[in-house]
Ligand binder design. Structure first.
Ligand code: NDP
Ligand code: 8X3
Length: 257
């Protein structure tokens, strides 16, 4: 395992779920954290917690990854040492709705496409040139089983995650010859705020997604992200598909009740 002590780790969507778990895990290993999300209050709370528990150096930024000019302005005015990102965790993402494509909401589609695809593009386009210039870096993107298999009513969300998978692959191809690594970590069902966001705050419906099975936890995924980041420089973990044992495909889930 290679140390990530003092490396600058930029995590998008660090205010909840997988992103928050990554922040906590990377903090324990002495990384300098650059945490981004729209809910700055949550990031500040986490920064205070990590400073207290792990003595971490944390910088927080309020960021909507859909907003290209905001992303540009924010990344271009990062103070030292935060501007020199060593590890970018492209985690911010969401699903909206679970509707038949021919009945879907234009607004939901645009929100998913703008966050999941354009957000990853903007972040990568603005962060990777510095990595290439400095001769070090790692981009780790949170994809999904949904990018491997389309499920009924998943249409546009699945399409965004298939796009993320293609972008991750494309970035890796384009970085050949540089030391910059690219990994895609693609989970199945993880219990986070994801389903509540998908169903716009309907907690009861969100709960049914995980009912009767043991889902992955955000920490399970953070550990995989951390594993990718701590391999020796000659090892690039390209793609990892992680399921709960109770799930064997995008649609096949074993429920006990
Ligand atoms: P959560 O809803 O718990 O977290 C999503 C995070 O994304 C939040 O921190 C949210 O922060 C951030 N986010 C959403 N939109 C934006 C935006 N426009 N700009 C900046 N940040 C944004 O869900 P998860 O932790 O589960 O999701 C993380 C990633 O994992 C997503 O890409 C998701 O698609 C993927 N994933 C999730 C799975 C699951 O079953 N949970 C399975 C497979 C993949 P804020 O609202 O404060 O901006
Ligand atoms: C999130 C997992 O199965 O709800 O990407 O699409 S799923």
């Amino acid at each position: 395992m290679v140390s990530i002590q003092d490396q600058v780790v930029l995590i998008t969507g660090a205010s909840s779920g997988i992103g928050a778990a990554c922040a906590r895990l990377f903090a324990q290993s002495g990384a300098k954290l650059l945490l981004a999300a729209r809910r700055l209050d949550r990031l500040e709370q986490m920064a205070a917690e990590l400073q207290k528990t792990a003595g971490s150096q944390v910088h927080t930024v309020e960021l909507d990854v859909r907003d290209r000019s905001q992303v540009e302005a924010t990344l271009n005015r990062l103070p030292s040492p935060w501007a020199d990102v060593d590890i970018l965790v492209n985690n911010a993402g969401l699903s909206r709705g679970l509707d038949k494509l021919y009945e879907g909401s234009f607004q939901d589609w645009e929100e998913m496409i703008d966050t999941n695809i354009k957000g990853v593009l903007y972040m990568s386009r603005l962060v990777v040139p510095g990595m290439v210039r400095r001769g070090r870096g790692h981009v780790i993107t949170i994809g999904s089983v949904a990018g491997h298999q389309t499920y009924p009513n998943g249409n546009v969300y699945c399409a965004t995650k298939a796009a993320v998978r293609a972008l991750s692959e494309g970035l890796k191809l384009d970085l050949l010859g540089t030391p910059v690594r690219v990994s895609s970590v693609d989970p199945g069902l993880v219990e986070t705020e994801f389903s509540e966001v998908r169903f716009r705050g309907d907690a009861e419906r969100a709960q049914t997604v995980y009912q009767g099975l043991t889902p992955l936890t955000p920490d399970d995924i953070a550990e995989v992200v951390f594993f990718c980041a701590t391999r020796p420089p000659h090892v690039n973990v390209s793609e990892v598909l992680v399921f709960p044992t109770d799930q064997s495909s995008a649609t096949l889930v074993h429920r006990r009740d």
